[in-house]
Design a protein around this ligand. Structure first.
Ligand code: NAP
Length: 251
């Protein structure tokens, strides 16, 4: 039975880069996506062309039944060893004074509750106390968790702050069950997420003001994720790694 990696939101951006590197590292990869089947199929095809193994599985991490089906699909492939809680969304720019309850509920359901429920399913399979053989959970936070995103997206930033706390708390909770829990905090990364939040030119606009004078690539984040998920990071559980080109680094 092969070792399996689930990448939520694995069809585009950071998730796609992580799925491709995960397959290169030898995992059979579950490429989860919400709606863009073509993009997920392209990631699977790229992995298979490279000699790897992957399947695309549709499912909204904001819907518990979809999460259960996603993990059942992974069970059919092999033994779950890595969960990358990558799926995440932003909404339009706006102040808190204009945020609807529906907007807030959606951001927190997908970015936070979805990560909790996926982690729950992973722990039920990985925990050495439950007959599993251990594993790694890597969460996607954001530099926004430290910056706060005042005036633009405090909801998103706060959802990622919750991911930081979730990472530290869960790492302690399952540390003696063979499960590592870590996170990456990306800075500005070149993906579609900026356009999805109504700012297609965000990377170009901001790049010159960044410490490295450029945004990061999805693969630069994926490499950090793969390291945190690997045996090389065997004593790093609880770590939250900034992958932000020195953006949002506090003294
Ligand atoms: P992206 O390019 O917008 O891609 C999002 C991926 O998530 C797609 O595969 C999408 O699937 C999937 N997705 C969206 N909603 C979903 C849902 N409800 N259920 C399952 N899958 C869903 O995003 P990205 O920039 O790579 O971001 C990935 C993660 O990194 C997110 O958690 C984000 O908050 C975090 N992050 C990104 C940046 C950045 O600058 N890019 C910075 C900091 C943190 P479809 O293809 O089907 O739509």
């Amino acid at each position: 039975m092969p070792d399996v990696m689930i990448v939520t939101g694995g069809s585009r951006g950071i998730g796609a880069a992580t799925a491709i590197l995960g397959a290169k590292a030898g995992y059979a990869v579950v490429v989860n996506y919400a709606s863009n089947r073509d993009a997920a199929d392209k990631v699977v095809a790229a992995i298979e062309t490279d000699g790897g193994s992957a399947v695309a599985v549709k499912g909204d991490v904001g819907v518990e039944a979809d999460i259960l089906a996603l993990f059942e699909a992974a069970d059919e492939l092999g033994t779950l060893k890595v969960l990358v809680n990558n799926a995440g969304i932003v909404d339009a720019l706006g102040p808190v004074a204009e945020m609807s309850a529906e907007r807030l509920e959606r951001i927190f359901r997908i970015n936070v509750t979805g990560s909790f429920l996926c982690a729950r399913e992973a722990i039920r399979r990985m925990s050495t106390r439950r007959g599993g053989s251990g594993g790694a959970i890597v969460n996607l936070s954001s530099a926004a968790a430290k910056l706060g995103a005042g005036g633009s997206r405090v909801d998103y930033a706060a959802s990622k702050g919750a991911i930081d706390t979730f990472t530290v708390g869960l790492a302690k909770e399952v540390a003696d069950e063979g499960i590592s829990v870590t996170a990456v905090r990306p800075g500005i990364i070149v993906t579609d997420i900026h356009a999805s939040g109504g700012e297609p030119d965000r990377v170009e606009r901001i790049s010159a003001s960044l410490p490295m004078k450029r945004a990061g690539t999805a693969e630069e984040v994926a490499r950090a994720i793969l390291w945190l998920a690997s045996p090389d990071a065997s004593y790093s559980t609880g770590a939250i790694l900034d992958v932000s080109g020195a953006r949002a680094i506090l003294p």
